[in-house]
Design a binder for this molecule. Structure first.
Ligand code: 28F
Length: 655
């Protein structure tokens, strides 16, 4: 780990003495009223659709997060009401000031909630903002809410004021004595602006989780009263936990066994975690002041510069001779990287209307300089990790050269004769780009039919299996190729078999076995895996083979529904439902029973499906050889022994 510094202030409250740097009403710069906000809401929250509606939540939550990352709050709670139309955010910070503002004669709280750009945050003081709308302030939320109630706890007294469409409905009123300090904002967006849209609990939860990843130790209690869900979200590991999540979501295997981390708490705050994986692409996620920058920008560019220079420098200073003819490009070095970059700066400049890209030029060199030096020393101190990473870079270079050579050959082969070789029952995808294409091998015609209807025709091909799949363990190559099902798979994949196997001709980057979740389906999957293991092993070794995980159960409770892949997950979901809920549980007997749209959403859609990548763990090759031979071979005795051994193991797991 490099430049590991004490975690940021989110875990402990600053002392009262520190609070002396407080701002009061005097430091609020009043700029203008709220009329423009209701006239052109899109100018302030990007739009009045789902994203705009949720920007209101991000703005209030980010103000609470600001209190926490500046060390004044340690706990935040966010609650969505039972009708999903009202959100309440609470923090145990100092409480928004209520002293009288000299210019307006009104309490600071009222000035902050009823005028645009009010607040010391705007004059670039030492207070760092993580503004979802870049800190334009909660007054925008107030203007666009049919009702907003603010409660402040300060100096042992709780105060309250309510507003309607940004206008005070009451004066600031004393509620009574209170312990502790903090702010509570409860608001209901205005249907005149947002229609009858309601809040999406999953979207809110995801945003809160990102805030806890980017501010290690920050605890946020999330409640969704519609589903009864209550969850405390905290990530002590910060960006390292975030990286773990991204690697798992990508279904990728780590190359080095621990990530490279930079955590700098002094100004500008920089948190970086990165690793290399076997995934055939690079994943960069970056943030500025807690705001996602999906289009990257100078922070991400600086990180990429640093990685490129550090690896090249490492190769030179250790005068490593690369294999003959191998030259590392920047893409080769970055292939397989999963990287997270979060910075907090005072005056972020975002590009264009969507504000998804950071522009500050000085940031690029700052990040490059800091990361390059830290990464070089990390590589130096972790030689075995460095070796594994370099091997990964060389593999990408080889694959790139091979695929360039292969695309040359494939270009020569006319598209027509390739099409001629394809099996009749293959419903191919329209994309010719293997990296984006996926082949689903589906059991049975009815499932095949649903999959063909539900799929994304651009990138997803379907090959339905009709007959019994041959047991390749007990068959010769000649027998295998005489079996229609197996020979159709070989034709669809396009990369040949055995001696004329050439992976660069593979037509799909993912080969996904989609079978019913019953013993028949498992048996067919086992036969297919035996075939891949015996005759198309590189496809497994290079991570192209997957098992789909269709849901077995659907649980309906009120307006919400969940999917469960097995009994265990079904019971976990049922346990989280509120006590008096009467859920409806339906079990899917087969894939063919599922509506195509449901099949897509739960099992085919890359954004929500769960795939199991078929891999042979390092050092398990011998054991795998043994198990496949025993399970699939002619002799029943070792099969029986193997199955009873595994059954005992499974029974233990169930206990
Ligand atoms: C539920 C959402 O909005 N929490 C907030 C504070 C605390 C202060 C503050 C906020 C003062 C003059 C700008 C308190 N004491 N949660 C929140 N907690 N804003 S918003 O001050 C606003 C500044 O202009 C605060 C002393 N200084 C600052």
């Amino acid at each position: 780990m490099a430049t590991q510094l004490p975690p940021s202030g989110a875990t402990g409250k600053k002392s009262a003495a520190d609070a002396s740097k407080d701002y009061g009403a005097a430091s609020i710069s009043v700029l203008e009223g709220l009329e423009p906000v209701r006239k052109r809401p899109g100018m302030y929250i990007g739009g009045t659709g789902k994203d705009g509606l949720h920007h209101l939540v991000w703005e209030i939550v980010d103000n609470a997060v600001d209190e926490a990352i500046n060390g004044y709050a340690t706990k935040i709670s966010v609650t969505i009401s039972a009708d999903s139309r009202t959100v309440t955010v609470d923090d145990n910070g100092r409480g928004i000031p209520i002293d009288i503002h000299p210019k307006t004669g009104r309490p600071a709280l009222e000035v902050i909630l009823t005028t645009l750009h009010a607040g010391a945050k705007f004059d670039g003081g030492s207070y760092i903002t993580s503004g979802g709308l870049h800190g334009v302030g909660s007054s925008v939320v107030n203007a666009l809410s049919e009702r907003l109630e603010a409660r402040v706890r300060r100096d042992g007294v709780e105060w309250q004021q309510t507003y309607r469409r940004g206008k005070p409905k009451t004066d600031l009123e004393k509620v009574g004595p209170t312990r502790g300090t903090g702010t509570t904002i409860r608001f209901t967006p205005d249907p005149e602006i947002f229609g009858d849209q309601v809040f999406d609990a999953d979207a809110v939860r995801a945003h809160l989780e990102v805030s806890t990843f980017l501010n290690k130790g920050l605890r946020i209690v999330f409640r969704d009263q519609a589903s009864g869900l209550r969850e405390e979200i905290v990530h002590e590991g910060g960006v390292v936990d975030f990286l773990d999540k991204l690697v798992k979501e990508a279904g990728a295997q780590l190359v080095p066994d621990r990530p490279f981390v930079v955590e700098r708490t002094e100004d500008p705050r920089i948190d970086i975690a990165l690793t290399w994986t076997d995934a055939p692409r690079e994943i960069f996620r970056s943030f500025v002041n807690g705001i996602a920058t999906p289009d990257g920008g100078t922070h991400e560019q600086g990180l990429k510069d640093a990685i490129n220079k550090a690896i090249r420098n490492w190769v030179e200073t250790h005068d490593i001779t690369l294999p003959r003819g191998i030259k590392l490009s920047a893409e080769d070095i970055r292939e397989g990287i999963v990287a997270l970059c979060s910075i907090f700066i005072h005056e972020p400049q975002f590009q264009g209307q969507t504000k998804d890209k950071l522009n500050n030029p000085e940031v690029r060199a700052q990040i490059d300089g800091l990361v390059r030096q830290a990464l070089e020393s990390w590589l130096h101190e972790n030689k075995s990790q460095a070796d594994a990473i370099l091997a990964r870079c060389v593999l990408s270079a080889r694959a790139r050269q091979a695929s360039r050579a292969a695309t040359d050959t494939v270009r020569r082969k006319s598209a027509v004769n390739r099409r001629l070789n394809l099996p009749g029952k293959l419903a191919d995808c329209s994309s010719g780009d293997a990296d984006r294409s996926e082949l689903f091998i589906v059991e049975g015609d009815s499932a095949g039919g649903s999959a063909k209807q539900g799929r994304d025709r651009n990138t997803q091909a379907i090959l339905p299996l009709r007959g019994k799949v041959l047991n390749a363990e007990q068959a010769t190559l000649k027998k295998v190729l005489e079996n229609n099902e197996l020979s159709d798979i070989v034709k669809a994949l396009g990369c040949g078999i055995q001696k004329d196997f050439d992976i660069s001709r593979l037509r799909y980057s993912k080969i996904i076995l989609l079978m019913d979740a019953d013993s028949d389906g498992h048996h067919i999957a086992t036969l297919l895996l035996t075939f891949f293991y015996r005759y198309l092993r590189p496809l497994i070794d290079q991570g192209h083979v997957f098992l789909a995980q269709p849901p077995l159960f659907r649980i309906d409770a009120g307006k919400k529904s969940w999917w469960a892949k097995d009994e265990k997950e079904r019971d976990r979901i049922l346990a989280r439902l509120p006590p008096r809920t009467r859920p409806e549980i339906s079990r899917f007997k087969g894939l063919g029973e599922m509506m195509p749209k449901t099949l897509y959403e739960t099992t085919l859609d890359p954004r929500s499906r769960r795939l199991l990548r078929v891999t042979i763990p390092d050092g398990a090759h011998l054991e795998t050889e043994q198990v496949v031979g025993d399970l699939m071979g002619k002799d029943p005795a070792p099969r029986f022994r193997e199955i009873t051994e595994w059954m005992a193991l499974v029974e233990d797991l169930d206990v």
